[in-house]
Ligand binder design. Sequence first.
Ligand code: BGC
Length: 873
Amino acid sequence: MRAIRLKTEHLHEPLGLGIRTPRFSWNCAGSAVQTAYRIVARRDGETLWDSGKVRSSRMILIPYEGSPLRSRDRIDWAVTLWDEDDVEGEPAPSWFELGLLDADDWTARWITGDYRPRRNTRYPVDCFRTRFRARGPVARARLYATALGLYDAHLNGTRVGDFELAPGSTDYRTRVQYQAYDVSGMLGEENTLELRLADGWYRGAVGAYGVTRLFGDTTALLAQLELTYADGTSEIIGTGDGFAWSNDGPLQFADLKDGEHYDARLTPTYRGRARIARPGPVPTASDNVAPRTQEEFAPTVLTTPSGATVLDFGQNIAGFIRLSVAGRAGQRIRLRLGEVLDEHGEFTQKNIQLDKPARHFGRITEFLLMTGQQRLLRGELESTPKQEILITCADGVTDYQCSFTVAGFRYALVQGDVDIDPASIRAVAVYSDLEQTGTFTSSNAMLDRFVENTRWSMKGNFLDVPTDCPTRERLGWTGDAQVFFNTAAYFMDVAAFFRKWMRDLEDSQLRSGKPRAVAPYSGVPMMYDTSGGSVGWADALVLVPYRLWKRYGDEAILREFYPAMTRYARYMISHTGHKRRKDARTNPFNEYTYEKGFHYGEWLEPKEFRDEVSARSRPLCTEEATAYLHYTMSHLAEIATQLDEPDDAARFAEYADGAKKAYNHLFVHHGTIDTDRQAKLVRPLALGLLDPGAAERVGGRLVRAVENRDDTIGTGFLSTPFVLPMLTEAGRSDVAYRMLENESAPSWLAQVRAGATTVWEDWEGEASQNHYAPGAVCEWLFDTVAGIRIAGDNRFVISPLPGGTLTHASAGYDSPYGLVTSAWRTDNGVTTFDIEIPANTTAEVHLPDGRLRTVGPGRHRFRTDEPTRPAQR
Ligand code: BGC
């Protein structure tokens, strides 16, 4: 038996890890059962830890227990497994390397460009350079780098690494991530290190209103090149005022959302000197995967009714433009990037843009925008984001690729005075390079396309942090990430990604315990601080670590974020009770009723169900808030019990129970709820608010509500992931399938029919085309249609559920314990189920006819026409 898919701290061979006591994981192959393992960890050939033969079937997150590790340690580790016959297998090797763990590992100094930034002025990209001679042959070289802004590095003319939009997105006031690069093979005797510095999240346009200078006026860069010579001596070349600087290179403008201006005629002169900048926070490792360039798309050329030239890349993505163009010096090209063509077939950015004041964004602006009074804004308004690439050609061929901007687009409007050859233009997707773990196909091609649309919306929004959309806002909206988590975790291995984002979320928490509505911090406090406590959004603070624990078996994540969770619990507890005294008096469960604070409610149900919201008044969201008080407190009680915090557990359980009583008192009349508004029925069912009798009645009412609307979808962000599961639980998977396969709007497949290649924000398709939240239905395809669920360490439950018009469905999930597949096919009234589970796991298989089997590793086939024996355990 042999270990495969070795990981350290959820990552494949991480370079620059920041975790001092890392944990090791693997999957098994070759034999059936792992009866023992042995891990050996070495540094430069010296054994630091030998676990010895440990009798255990455990294969995830086993902590390193050797002598303490230091910054820069490169650890080679190998795991040997014993199988069911106690036969020892071959050791499987892997490695990790620690980064710079302590503040005093940094000897380089923060530098900035030699100019004094002024308000309402944007600046070209800074270019820094140093030249140095290597003292002798270099055995090992590492570049550690970060920025307050965005940076990239070139060593001797070659790009260092492939991390895009480094150093990634965090609250730069308190946290900045560095990257570590192995540059060992890139050095010669004479060397040139060049670094560029752009505005990025730090100083560029961020969020819905394109607020700039969010973190500061002065961008800065910190980089440290560490050389270890063959003779064992070492040398550090760190940023400092010895670096040459100029900002006269080709990138005269670069903004994450607004685009880039690239003048190919320019090369940086490096005429000036870097200035020492005020130091940023001590850089830390992200322990996350890198965003990288991914798939490429070639365009087809359209001529619109008005005669404009538009490139159609066929897929809505978030990413870069790459092109090469032959022209004369001074000729220009302008590309504007957008997601859709309008009703006349013309290019538009209307669906992704908002108006903002062209000049400084202050508190008054914020107030007027937040209260819907933009018409009172003084001065010019401009549309944001611009998503515009301007290129000025040099003589001959100009090669260009975006560096410090990323756009959400499928179409490019081409303007300018030079002919460009579409064959030399590409759209290049950029997203965090997460391991792809989930596949789903079926006999319904439209459904399969919707699954791919959801995967594309995930790709378009998982760029160091999970965002709502890659265009209008591009913010780490907590609610969106929360509702999508389970679907995301089937599609890709998101353990490290969400651990990183949980740190952002914790950073974003206000002193009251209320998180901000978006993480990392994005300013606009009137909006994001005020709305941060909204149920379904704020609850990400509890639900994301809870789901990380259940999915990846990672209890340490619960421990790490328990203090933040309990702060949030305290915030909720201190905000219970009705807003109005009259309501408080008549409700015996007032203490457990939740409605105070700002709540978004269900958010974006089909138009006919949306509550009227105006600048002056908002409906109370007592129903949603009290339901989530119960749900989140129940999760907290379970977490507290797991972490051995009995007093907390009791208090959380008290609130869970009280909120359930309050909910029933307020919203469940005569043991049921009577409405056609699906969310109002789905929520109490899904969040566990109903006793069995009521659940049956409300389940029945949900079926009617769906049928009354011809099987179309009626939920918004919060209930969409639950609607099919609740129909299934009500015993009506037939209705769930009808809703799933419905091609009439509002529905998932109506989007596909309308030509969508990503998931729409609203059911009407009028806003952003790339919001993954409504794609959270895909969870049901994996856990119910194919029926794959994790049931704890090394265990699965597999309960496939054929239905609808589907004649086959097949899913694969590369789980933390290995690859599980579940497929079924119906032929002449007989359904065949093919299930495969990996070595060292077991699965309980539940078949629709009630048969239940426990199976071990390997392939298993069941047929509906085989003689059935009574259910057995
Ligand atoms: C965002 C969402 C977010 C919501 C809050 C929107 O503008 O795009 O996805 O969750 O605001 O309700």
